[in-house]
Design a protein around this ligand. Structure first.
Ligand SMILES: Cc1ncc(COP(=O)(O)OP(=O)(O)O)c(N)n1
Ligand SMILES: Cc1nc(C(=O)O)sc1CCOP(=O)(O)O
Ligand SMILES: [Mg+2]
Length: 206
């Protein structure tokens, strides 16, 4: 399976409906602090939209709903791992992405044999409060050296302008939120992202 180099993360199906048709091939639905019924409805909408546009959908956090609704991917953070049933997720055929921020977390993630590993925040992020300030591109290179075949996602403060540096440092995929959602012209920004990522040689293989 091939994964796109560009991995936008959105907090609603509305963003997916608006931007995925522009050519996004990999997207995450990351909904926080909402009732489960709302999240269920949002996943259903996102799933239909992504199927229509041949885009791989990753569900953040809500692994039970992802199984229930027949999704193909989940993203789990370290806190999510405390309660997630990895065996059940894998038996249901879902692929798994895991966040990491330090060596201990990387070791824990690798033991679970995920389908990608994310490292962040590569640059400072304004999206959420984190105890890690910024990892830097050196850490991206270090992580890439520690991973064998597992694709590496760079996240946190990523922008079109910073993407090339992250790829050169060893990232297989670059994920971004506010560079798109806070842009005055999100559609134009997506086109810039797609352009910046299209010349990166071959796609990450999962
Ligand atoms: C691609 C990607 N990387 C990291 C995260 C962060 O996941 P997590 O640590 O569980 O934090 P929340 O996103 O749940 O706040 C992610 N979602 N996607
Ligand atoms: C959701 C998330 N997880 C991170 C991590 O380091 O695990 S950084 C991050 C926020 C990414 O948003 P932006 O592109 O706006 O900085
Ligand atoms: Mg999480």
């Amino acid at each position: 399976m091939k994964l796109s180099r560009f991995y936008p993360v959105f907090d609603s199906s509305e963003w997916i409906e608006r931007l995925v048709p522009l050519g996004i091939e990999l997207v995450q639905l990351r909904i926080k602090d909402c009732q489960e019924e709302h999240v269920r409805a949002e996943i259903k909408k996102a799933k239909a939209l992504c199927a229509q546009h041949n885009c791989t959908l990753v569900i953040n956090d809500y692994w039970q709903l992802a199984i229930e609704l027949g999704c193909e991917w989940v993203h789990l953070g370290q806190e999510d791992l405390d309660t997630a049933d990895i065996t059940k997720i894998k038996q249901a055929g879902l692929k798994i992405g895991i966040s990491t921020h330090d060596d201990e977390e990387l070791l824990r993630a690798c033991r679970l044999e995920p389908d990608y590993i994310a490292l962040g925040p590569v640059y400072p992020t304004i999206l959420k409060k984190m105890k890690w300030h910024q990892q830097g591109l050196e850490k991206v290179t270090e992580w890439k050296g520690k991973l064998d075949q597992t694709p590496l996602v760079a996240i946190g403060g990523m922008s079109v302008e910073r993407a090339e540096g992250a790829f050169l440092a060893g990232a297989d995929i670059v994920a971004a939120v506010t560079d798109i959602t806070l842009n005055s012209d999100p559609e134009a920004r997506i086109k810039e992202w797609l352009n910046a990522c299209k010349n990166v040689s071959n796609e990450a293989t999962v």
